[in-house]
Design a protein around this ligand. Sequence first.
Ligand code: C2O
Ligand code: CU
Ligand code: CU
Length: 437
Amino acid sequence: AQTEAAETLTARAATARIAPADYPDTAVWSYNGAVPGAPIRLRQGERLRRLFRNDLDQPGTVHWHGIRIDNAMDGVPGLTQSVVAPGDSYLYDFELPDAGTYWFHPHNRAWEQMARGLSGALIVEETNGAPEVALDEVLLIDDWRLSEDGQIAGGFNDMHDWAHAGRIGNWVTVNGTGGWRRMVARNARVRLRLINAANARIFNVAAQGLEGWIVALDGMPLDAPRRFDQLTLAPAQRADLVVDVTATVDEKAYLVGLEGNSGYALATFDVDGEAHAERLPAPNALPANPVSALGAVNEARRIELRMEGGAMGSMRGATMSGRMMGMSELVNAGKVWAFNGMADMPDNPLFEARAGETVKVAIVNDTAWPHAMHLHGHHFRQVLRDGTTGPLRDTLLMDRDESVEIAFVADNPGDWLLHCHMLEHSAGGMMTWLRVT
Ligand code: C2O
Ligand code: CU
Ligand code: CU
């Protein structure tokens, strides 16, 4: 496998043109000055080497979301590495076993650092079997809360965000711009790699003037491409689409973000050339990544998600908030998010698994909000009621009051987080970990 020289990935303050056109530039936190960070593109089997340099005024780390890597490279402060202090650096160096669409972001005060702009795509290209496309585009979707003057400062995370749906913004960008568009030839085949980098917003994405298929979810190829009309993308989820830009109605095609009865353009394609009826054949399935097949499963471990109220919750909340965030409002309200009654990162793992064991976890959402459950270091499958399993994912959207079962082969030794990727929820306690020995 080829080895890259260690380029530097610096987290630092910058300004960027993310707000609507007539607004001033926005003060952001960036990777190497860019928001989002420039996509890192490598090939399956290669090594990624980045010297992370922290030029922010608070500690940070980099987490490589969805990539099955060595535990020491996972970027979780206090669990897999120590935080990188302002002015310090840390070398991330690991092999990329899986092809697909992944991403990177901080894992310290992620609710703030990501709301200020820190995230980027990690694209691992297939060594063979990639669909032939005219264009291969990353569409990193983010959602910002901007004040009247187009700034982030102070404008995020009030009590309502912590205790309800998380921080939902008032401005959506794709690759850091409110008006992503490209010129394409009519009937061009395009690969779109969607990444939801928002703190908490769930996107409903629909096609207009595009004929498409979903070929991968959360980086992992589907066994068979699935027709794409509409798709839900919870925070941290990704979808690889292969679309043909047919645009039979006018000279434009869109990816639309649906919001109630209306919609807005997430991406616009200006289509060039005559309309013609010929259709391209459906794409082939992408080659599978080397993920272990599920084995026989023992009894499920059970996890309950709760919003903790009352005395116990308040006590734990007070401890946690004082230590982690100073969320005095939350303490006063006596409300925090909890796993099995633990509203803090526990000192001990929620459970241990032996390497190679197939683990089944029943997750009970006993709250009035949806959650986006994310497991580090492994991809899992949802076990459906009829015993069949869903596609490999690393983040699963659970509806309010929904219960799900997931199963995965615990084949990556180390301490791995399991948390809600709605960042106000995980910071508010919905974060635990398990140990694979
Ligand atoms: Cu996308 Cu624990 O992270
Ligand atoms: Cu992750
Ligand atoms: Cu949540």
